[in-house]
Design a protein around this ligand. Structure first.
Ligand code: OTU
Length: 663
């Protein structure tokens, strides 16, 4: 032992015991591992053991199977390490010496559904040139593991984690695609649904058949007594199509059981108080890592631990689960990173990047849903007060982590604006959220938006929003009216929102079709599997006819596409946008302009964003007071020409964004 890493006596003993147990397996006759492979494994085991053990023991020390699970997990690590390809092991080493690979300003993300974009995995491979042209180097393919038949919540109800959805291809296709992406400098992100399985998953089927071992994989109850107690403090994620959080199965285990189903009836919440569930999910993680997946998007992580009397979200144990998983996957495949899907209030969100005793030990990246909600809020209200105040009061992403920033995704927009933040800028949180729903569903007088409310809850009057970026930003109504000015404004709004997520900090995600302004798609209503869920309106098929116009600046898709390329080019050369440069939202003296600064040792970058359809002026003090000097240039302009500062004012055209830097 190198004595670099501190371990308590208990941990050290557990480490030495496990190591002694694993060494013979590592060196077993027939093992493909060379002496140097084994050394690398053992160095990593030593490095990450404490991270793992602290959390694992906290969660399971009292469990009768604690020791046997610990040993089985050790064996699983060795087996997975031995099964990792030479190419992936090389990538592990490369990323170990470049741990900021996902924090770099060159990162550009892309998300799509395999079938909607290109039919199947083979089709995606054939479209790699399209992604290259856009400058993409991080590709998130929406759920592609084998889902249950029929309704499957867009693939978030997985029947088999070791199989690909047969409609999209098979595991070999996925491995081939990941290799193709890798050779093009692109990483692959896929969804791993960690909170629940489909009720058709093998574990669930065996639970339904009454096998006690598998009943313990889920939360099952004989009657409503305990579920009713939990329900008192639980929220409903899908109040319209899946009210309540428990489902009754009359035939189950012979007697009938209530099962915990936070989401749809067919999505069964896993019971992580059982270490067998932990080990099972770890097996899936390592399996997928070895197929060449670079980023695991951990779906619905906040719900992974339940505690009576709480909303059963964001419980402290969730962070121990993530830390334990994180450490183990780092031992086998350190090139793989975790993305937390936690759509929770800002003060909870940062925890998923690891705070306090979890610092540096949890997810590397997490969705910044606060930023997403706030840009849409600013666009509707034409005011920067709420976004500025809220972001100022949101903690920075900790060192070594970063956000995933986005304008739109496959989900609805939930108006995660806290009453405290709204109150601080003189708004009522409740009424502002109501306003946003009215605005984006097009009901509010003068609204440019075309969206629909998702999951209206008559009890709380809460509702969320569906619609594509372009439709919510006014392109759909502008095209219908044929008004050129309105079309121009809508295009500028799209570019404005994307300019924020390209520069605020984190990996910007381009949602498929936003680069050519795809509008809401109503064809989902004809598909019985999708019809009830209006989130499909913003999950359109790729429109290759529109895409064919992307190089023609006379067309609407061409105008949007050129602006996207401009953002991509500007971001990739802007070293200020590396995630290590802290970001700070600023007051700039004009309440219609959202301002933020990226602080970099070589000088700062100041972004100014006009959230209105009118010209805005800002006093140049904001430039000089924030560490910019000399000739001021706009990094967003292809020629970076000096910005005229007439009468000590900076002029912003309608919906214009600038990224200012000094000499
Ligand atoms: C996720 O979203 C997925 O993104 C959804 O598409 C799925 O339907 C869902 O999980 C179930 O698998 O509530 O409205 O804090 O907000 O997990 C979307 C996390 C959701 C949840 C999030 C969930």
């Amino acid at each position: 032992m190198q004595n670099i890493y501190y371990m308590s006596p208990e941990t050290k003993k557990a480490y030495c015991d496990l190591r002694a147990l694993l060494e013979p397996t590592l060196r077993a006759p027939g093992s493909k591992l060379t002496e140097s492979d084994i050394e690398i494994f053992l160095v990593r085991l030593e490095r990450y053991f404490d991270d793992f053990y602290q959390s694992f023991a906290r969660l399971y020390r009292q469990h009768p199977a604690f020791q046997s699970r610990l040993e089985a997990i050790g064996q699983l690590l060795v087996e997975s390490y031995a099964g990792r390809s030479g190419e992936l092991r090389r990538l592990d080493l490369e990323r170990e010496i470049t741990p900021d690979w996902f924090q770099r300003e060159t990162m550009i993300g892309w998300i799509c559904y395999v079938d909607l974009f290109a039919g199947n995995l083979q089709g995606v491979k054939e479209q790699v040139d399209y992604l290259r042209e856009l400058g993409v180097n991080y590709v998130h393919l929406m759920p592609l593991l084998k889902p249950r038949p029929g309704q499957n919540d867009g693939g978030y109800a997985v029947e088999d984690y070791r199989e690909v959805n047969p409609q999209l291809g098979n595991m070999e296709d996925l491995e081939e695609l990941s290799a193709t992406l890798r050779s093009n400098g692109m990483s692959l992100c896929i969804d791993l649904v960690v909170n629940h399985t489909a009720k058709e998953h093998e574990w669930a089927q065996r639970a339904r058949a009454g096998e006690q071992e598998y009943l313990d994989y889920y939360f099952t109850f004989d009657n409503r007594t305990v579920p009713d107690q939990y329900e008192k403090t639980l929220r409903e994620v899908f109040p319209e199509f899946a009210p309540g959080n428990f489902t009754y199965y009359p035939e189950m285990a012979g007697t009938g059981k209530w099962v915990w189903t936070t989401f749809n009836e067919f999505q069964w919440d896993l019971n992580y108080t059982n270490p067998a569930v932990f080990q099972g999910m770890l097996g899936y993680m390592l399996y997928l890592a070895n197929r060449g997946v670079d980023v695991l998007r951990l779906d619905a992580v906040p719900f992974m631990w339940k505690r009576m009397g709480t909303d059963c979200e964001n419980q402290p144990e969730v962070h121990d689960l993530l830390q334990a998983f994180r450490a183990l996957v780092r031992i086998v495949s350190p090139s793989v990173i975790f993305k937390a899907e936690a759509i929770v209030p800002p003060y909870q969100l940062v925890n998923y990047l690891g705070l306090g005793r979890h610092t540096g030990k949890e997810c590397e990246i997490a969705y910044n849903n606060s930023l997403m909600v706030l840009i849409w809020s600013a666009l509707a209200s034409r005011k920067s007060n709420l976004i500025t105040y809220s972001l100022q009061h949101m903690p920075q992403a900790p060192v070594g982590t970063t956000w995933v920033t986005y304008v739109r995704l496959h989900d609805d927009i939930g108006w995660a604006i806290t009453d405290e933040n709204a109150g601080a800028v003189g708004e009522s949180g409740f009424f502002h959220r109501q306003f946003l729903n009215q605005f984006y569903s097009g009901v509010f007088p003068g609204s440019f938006a075309h969206g629909e409310i998702f999951q209206f809850n008559p009890r709380t009057l809460d509702g969320r929003m569906s619609g594509t970026t372009a439709s919510l930003a006014g392109l759909e109504s502008a095209l219908r009216s044929g008004d050129d000015h309105a079309i121009e404004l809508a295009i500028r709004r799209i570019a404005l929102l994307y300019s924020v997520i390209f520069s605020y900090g984190g990996i910007p995600l381009l949602y498929m079709g936003d680069e050519i302004g795809l509008l809401n798609d109503s064809t989902y209503k004809k598909d019985p599997v999708k019809a009830a869920d209006n989130r499909w309106m913003h999950r359109p098929f790729m429109d290759w006819e529109k895409a064919a116009k992307r190089h023609d600046p006379q067309t609407v898709p061409g105008r949007i596409y050129q602006k996207m390329l401009q953002l991509v080019t500007a971001r990739k050369r802007a070293h200020w946008l590396h995630a290590a440069a802290p970001v700070e939202a600023l007051w700039c003296g004009n309440e219609h302009v959202f301002a933020y600064i990226r602080r970099h040792p070589t000088g700062n970058l100041l972004a100014l964003c006009n959230f209105t359809e009118a010209t805005q002026w800002i006093n140049t003090e904001v430039i000089w007071n924030n560490g910019l000097h000399g000739v001021i240039r706009d990094e967003l302009q292809p020629d970076r020409s000096p910005v005229p500062l007439e009468y000590n004012q900076i002029k912003l055209e309608p919906y214009q964004a600038v990224w200012l830097v000094g000499d």
